[in-house]
Ligand binder design. Structure first.
Ligand code: GUN
Length: 300
């Protein structure tokens, strides 16, 4: 195998810089208008990964000078109890952003819960109004989902221009695959969305100048699927047992193989994950400004 090693795209450093800019914007809003943007996170049940994510989001919000509210419901809570909580958060003046951590336990209809969030407070960008704005090319008016937005910022750190590049997105979820495809299309890439029924996935991936892997399967994308010099964004966060028996996080891409072929690649951990949280905080500040008709600080 070739000794060429792909450039490592440092999501931790980029996210830390973005969080500092969000903190500066929040400090400015507080000084100029007495506004402290508030982020409300709702956790239903006790899924270990969701617990970690919600805690990290709350801590990051506070560290950036935002207000953080965490609401917990039992795994066997009634759907009406969650809808009632969401309605109260929509009406709460101190809350600018609402996120309901997914997945929800079986008795809940996630789309009904997301529909209950006011689009202006939907900092996950999952509401059909925000999804519709994004897909119709009006992302400047939407709240854009954090992980796809983070992917675009990571790509922006490698590519000055994306126009004309072939992008393949592996995965078609509403959280990542579809919105990242819309953002790539808005950046004038030629976009293919591949999924579990795609024929000859390897060949399609090998055509990609930009490959975004968001399938949730450890090491699914192999080195031989990658076009030499391509930029690879690995959205996967999969917990697997390491050689020492301890759990470790790996992406959807086989990194040892991919590093020898790709031009640039995001690590796992330390790639997309930190950007997701930073973009969520950014969305909360954007939501706080838009709701009050205040200009969004240019710094973010
Ligand atoms: N579960 C996995 N990713 C996300 C996310 O970005 N937001 C929410 N609310 N739940 C998730």
């Amino acid at each position: 195998m070739s000794a060429v090693t792909a450039r490592r795209i440092d999501g931790t450093a980029l996210a830390s810089a973005l969080r500092a800019r969000v903190a500066a914007a929040a400090a400015d809003l507080r000084a100029r208008a007495g506004i402290v943007p508030g982020l409300a996170a709702v956790l239903v049940g006790a899924d270990a990964a969701s617990e970690v994510y919600v805690r990290s989001k709350g801590k990051a919000a506070e560290a950036a000078g935002l207000r953080s509210f965490t609401h917990r419901l039992a795994a066997d809570a009634a759907p009406a109890a969650l809808l009632d909580l969401v309605h109260r958060l929509v009406a709460d003046e101190a809350v600018d952003g609402i996120l309901v951590q997914l997945p929800l336990p079986r008795q809940f209809d996630a789309s009904a819960v997301i529909a209950a969030i006011a689009p202006a407070k939907d900092v996950d960008g999952f509401h059909v109004v925000n999804a519709g704005l994004l897909v119709t090319g009006r992302s400047d008016q939407a709240l854009v989902p954090a992980t796809p937005q983070g992917c675009m910022m990571l790509l922006g750190s490698v590519h000055e221009r994306l126009a004309g590049l072939d992008a393949v997105v592996v995965g078609r979820s509403n959280i990542v695959g579809k919105p990242v495809a819309s953002l790539l299309l808005a950046a004038d890439c030629t976009v293919t969305i591949a999924h579990s029924r795609t024929c000859d996935l390897e060949t399609k991936c090998r055509n990609a100048d930009i490959l975004v892997a968001a399938v949730g399967r450890a090491g699914f994308v192999r080195g031989a699927w990658i076009k030499p010099g391509a930029t690879v964004i690995d959205v996967g966060i999969n917990r697997v047992a390491g050689a020492d028996g301890r759990a470790r996080l790996v992406g959807d891409v086989d990194h040892d193989e991919a590093r020898a072929v790709a031009g640039a690649i995001t690590p796992v951990p330390g790639g997309v994950g930190p950007m997701t949280i930073a973009c969520l905080l950014r969305n909360t500040v954007i939501a706080a400004c838009r709701r009050r008709g205040i200009a969004v600080p240019a710094v973010i």
